[in-house]
Design a binder for this molecule. Sequence first.
Ligand SMILES: Cc1ncc(COP(=O)(O)O)c(C=O)c1O
Length: 419
Amino acid sequence: MTTALPAPTALRERAAQLDADDALAPLRERYLLPPDVVYLDGNSLGPLPAAVPPVLSDVVTRQWGTDLIGSWNVNGWWEAPLRVGDAIGALIGAAPGQTVAGDSTSVQLFTALDAAAALRPDRPLLVTDPGHFPTDRYLADAVARRRGLDVCRVSPADLPRFLETEGARVAVVSYSPVDFRTGELYDVRALTRAAHEAGSLALWDLCHAAGALPLDVDTLGVDLAVGCGYKFLSGGPGAPAFLYVARRHHASLETPLPGWTGHADPFGLRRDYTPAPGIARARIGTPPILPLLALEAALTAFDGVDMTQVRDKSLSLTGFFLRCAEELLTPEGFTPVTPAEPGRRGSQVTLRHPHAHGLTLALAQRAVIADMRAPDLLRFGVNALYTSHQDLLTAALRLRDIAHEAAYDPTPPPPGTVT
Ligand SMILES: Cc1ncc(COP(=O)(O)O)c(C=O)c1O
């Protein structure tokens, strides 16, 4: 039998020092994290913010239960998609009136891709990342089929060169700032500029970036963006997503799903569709009020929080975890795949190991929640609002012990396993 290895003192002292100096540490109180659990999966499902249960209880019992249908007016339900959109806009650098919340990321992506193609009608190419999240790739294919376009799969590193030759034919480039598998951060500013120099539009999927780093979509001239509400924004499982469209495109924005709530006069019950002015035209149907107001409450966890400080702490966390990985985990067969350069990583560290699935399950049994992406990547998401350096040292030590003791099931997950 193998015994647990000792914890290196220098890492313990460093974690304690970094946490003692952490100005954001009190924000952890804004989340209801179970005691004794190290939660490193907020890049998949953010934990429950303390503000959510009382708001949801009020929405259900008083607003729905007592005020009933009058709540569309007296409790601001009708305006909620735009109000919540503006709250998210504040986190991604969008001035009010350009962001709408509702529906899923996939629906918002379809809207954004199709609307972007319509804004550049004479250009036959839609460019996306071959490593993009599956829904982004599938929807790019679907929009291209629908509009008779061709999809070009070009990695972010190759985009500038590709645009030099093909740029004049490209309607839109669709990327994510952060690779969901490796945690690599791409240069949103440079790629957006390259797209614009070619006369194309830039569409960003901010699922792994909104609430994790400063984004400045207005300043960077991003054309369209989408993102989910359930990762770093902690809006709850299946929380509404968001769509940002830069104001300069509003007047000519044609959405593929012209539902009645995006009409200029929704209660006029007109025969034909006339889009509402501004981003309100991107509304589709009746908004999902319970999850929307849960998301609105969740966003108050960011009240008074400076996203630059969030980014600095996130880099400190991921940098510290990479150091833990190098000292404790590489000797046990793990390979870090997230770039070591601070400017090239998002708010996640990914390690490669052939038994990623069994190791993730064994870690969960030792109260450390991370996740894996097939076939061999373990992902550790950090959130500067509640993760501590001590959390990361605990995770690394437990993972090292599990690997050292071979205390995990090496069988690959059966097809269909939710990871
Ligand atoms: C980059 C990215 N886009 C989209 C999604 C999911 O889309 P939806 O919210 O529609 O399930 C994810 C989910 O993890 C994602 O990582």
